[in-house]
Ligand binder design. Sequence first.
Ligand SMILES: [Zn+2]
Length: 494
Amino acid sequence: MAFFIRSHRWLGGIVPYEIKLSGFPDGGTMVQDAINHWTSNTILKFRPRAGEHDYVRIVADSSIKQGGNSPVGRRGGGQWVKISPFNDDKWPTVHELGHAIGMHHERQRPDRNDFVIVTKPKDKDNVLLPDGIPVGPFDSDSTMSPTTGDDKFSYKPGFGNSTLHGLSPGDVKGVAYVYHGSLGRKVHEYHWTKGWTTAFHYVVNGKDFMFFLKVGNPHDKYSGAVDIHEVNLDGGVGAKVIHYDWTFGWTTGFYYEVNGKPFMFFLKSLEGAVDIHHVNPDGTVGEPVTPRYEGWFGWTTAFHYVVNDKHFMFFLKAGDGAVDIRHVNSDGTVGALVKHYDWSPGWTTAFHYAVNGKHYMFFLKVGNPVVDFFKQTGGVVHIHEIKSDGTVGDKIEEHMWRSGWTTGLFYQVAGNPYMFFVRARYPFPFFRYDHNIAVTQVLGDGKIGPDLERYDWSDGWTTAFHYEVNSKHYILFLMRDSGLVRIYRVGVDP
Ligand SMILES: [Zn+2]
């Protein structure tokens, strides 16, 4: 499909440009046609620069006999796209703009030797790029792949005979996949009080709300706190709907619906208490559905999921690896045990997701940073299928990751699946993780694909969730120890 550089996206999919028209024998018509080819076929928009800091400067360069050259992806500031004035048509410019938006040559993919015979492997257009991000299968029809080969490489039989010169269907899909799931601009920032530990988004009666919880302070029984806010149409945190003073120790909370009725689940791990509440039509926390469940000690992770219209809850203890899967009754209460598992201890993050109608669970061990420091390993990821009866099925994938990943979430934009990961603060002074934010591909079979983006942000982000408001996608990031909140757009601007 396509081959991209990691990160270096144009924010919101908008590429500001300037063209120096003098120097092109046709006054720049061909270049303009190439830009129009991108804008009319992809979700990206090339717009004449209106003062933006980052932009492409398209110029004719008569020292280039054919084609042109461009850096790959957004590099910061003005970046040259140099085009030969001797080109016969717009296709070489379409190719160079492909570099500018972040695409590498298909024949520099790690799997290229299955499709091409490279005659000059040291040529700069042929060297393998192990850090590049393959998206989908190799595409010999891509605008980033000459259709008939050249003197530096040739196609193996069955590839590269297309008559296409511009964007292939694979290019269009690949660009959509990468840019729909990518982080765009930071759109909101708030400085709140410290201590918010749990947060989620929910919708009641068509209205969007956000729930924020402080676990509180173990020396003060009544130091837990809850704020519920409206969500503004621009994705920002809106007016506060209500504040509750709760007791210390509520660590886990989530929203779910059964038969169209809204509920909230809360777990206090240390005391082994579970409360389930109705949610009122105004978004506030309603009456308890049932008396408090007691004796649920040690559960650290819990979530709700639906398979074949049946509702389940998943419970996990990081301490000893115990897992319970339970039915959820039609009145929202926790029902009978479906299955118990005794796994290895240390699983810290788990969630359910579905791709192409099939259900999966993601499991992560945060790992030990000391082991990680010496051995560059420690985090473990397993992906399992979920069976039609809601229980955990075969493991389909296993990864050894570096340690420290604490927050994982699954999201979909325009039907395309992604995962997002946040790494905690390194627990020792003077050391940091090399990057702490990542967006990964999720493949059609539920497996995790290569990272699309990695960021080296300031560390300490403890909570993140994805939400959609007014058909736009956002991710909210929260830093417990400072109260800093940032909201980023995901995907392309309208
Ligand atoms: Zn090129």
